[in-house]
Design a protein around this ligand. Sequence first.
Ligand code: UGA
Length: 456
Amino acid sequence: MKTAIIGTGYVGLTTGVALAFLGHEVTCLDVDAHKVEELKKGKSPIYEPHLDDLMKAASQNLRFTVDPVEALKNAEVIFIAVGTPSLPDGNPNLSYLKSAAQSIGHYISSPFVVIVNKSTVPIGSGNWVESLVRDAYRAQNVDKKSEFVVASNPEFLREGSALSDMLYADRVVVGSDETRALDVLRKLYQPLLEQTFEAPSFLPRPEGFRAVHFLTSDLQSAELIKYAANAFLALKISFINEIAELSEKVGADIHHVARGIGLDSRIGNRFLQAGIGWGGSCFGKDTAALISTGKEYGLSMPITQAARDVNARQRARMIEILMNELKILKGRKIGILGLAFKPFTDDLRDAPAYELASKLVERGAKVVGYDPVAMTRAKREWSDLELEYAENAHSVFSEADAVLLVTEWPEFKMLPYSECAKLMKNKFILDGRGQMDKEAMKNAGIKLITLGKSST
Ligand code: UGA
C-alpha cells in the first residue's frame, strides 16, 4: 500500500522502516531538511539497535522527503507521528499535529485515505484532526473527490528495542468509528499479524512466536489505551520503588521481593525493576497528560499522581544518600555511569542523569559522566550543564569521591572493579539500578549502596 509517514522521530521512523520492510511503499516526510538528507544516505539520526540494518533491507520501498506533495499526494494510508511534547501545564503541545493535519487536507488526492494518529494525543484528538483535515481540504475548493477517515493506532514500542517490539508486538491496537478504516489497517498490518514476512537475520523471530493480536475499538478507547498502558507501567515501577524504600528500612532485598511477587502470573515479573525510577519522553509526559485530562472532567487521578510523586522522590533520594555518605558535596568529584534514560538508546529526554548532575553541580561538586552512545548528543543538548565527559568508563573513577550508576548498560557490570577502585579517592558506589555485584565490590574494597537494599 502507498503509505506516508509524517515525522521521522523514534515512532515515525521505526514505523516507516518496518512497514517498508513488510512490503509497503513508504514515504517519510519531515520538515528538517538536514535530517532528510542524512536519511536518504541511509543514516539514522537516532541510535536504535538495527535501525540502520533494517533501513538498508527496506531501502527499495523507502523514500524520504521534505515535500508534502511527494509524500501525501497518492497516499492511501497516512500516519501522523509528530512530537507532542509537554507544555508547562502538563498538556501536550499539539501545534505539530495541527500543521500535519492541515497539510494532509491540502495534499491528499487518493479516493479513500486512512489518516492514522500514531502520536500520543489527548483523548478526543482524532475528531479534532478530522475537522482540521476537512477544513483544509475544503479550503482548496478543487474539483477532486477524496474521502478520508481518521483512526488511532497507538504505539507500544520501547526505545532500545523498538524494532523487535514493532515486528514481534504483543498487540496492534486500532481504533476508528468506521469499519472501512479498520479493514484497511488490518490489511496493512497483515504480514505482521500473521508473521508471514521473512525475519531479518539480525532480528530473529522469537521462538514459538506465531501471530500478533489485532484489537479493534472505537477511536476514544484506542486513544485511552495508550495512556492507560503507560500509566500502568509507570505505576508498576513506582510501586516497586515504594516497596524498595521500605525494604531498605526492614533489611529486605527488593530484588528478591520483586521476584517473589512477579512470579504470580496475575502480577507478572516485568517492569518491577526497582531503582532510580523512570525517565524518557513517555511516562512523565503521558502521566501528566492523563492527570490533566482527568481534571478537565473534574476527576482527580490519585494513583497516577502518586506514581509521579514516588518517581520524583527516587531521584531526590540518590542525592540524599550521597550527602549522607560524603557529608559535603562542595569540591567533591562525582562520576556518573550512564547518561541516557535507559541503555541502548542515546535519548536524553527526562534522563535522571541530567537532574542528578545539575543538582550536584549546584551544590559545588565536579561531575564527570560517561555513556557508551549518548555523549555526542549530551554535549549538544546539555550545553547548559557543567558536565565533564570521560573518554571511557574507567576515567569516571579517576580521583572520584563517589560513582553513581544511573543507566544499566551491561558493560558497566563487567568493569575491572579492582582496578577502578585503585583510581578512586573514596571507594564508594551508589547503584541506582540494582546492577552491581555485591561480592565483586567487596573484593575490590568498594563500599556499595544499592537503592532497595539495606546497606550492611
Ligand atoms: C515506554 C513504554 O514501555 C512503551 O510501551 C511505550 O510505547 C513508550 O513508552 C512510548 O509511549 O512511546 P520507553 O519509555 O521507550 O517505552 O522505555 P521503557 O523500557 O518503558 O523504560 C522507561 C523508563 O522506565 C526507563 O527510564 C527505565 O529505566 C524505567 N524502568 C523500566 C524502570 O525503572 N524499571 C523497570 O522495571 C522498567
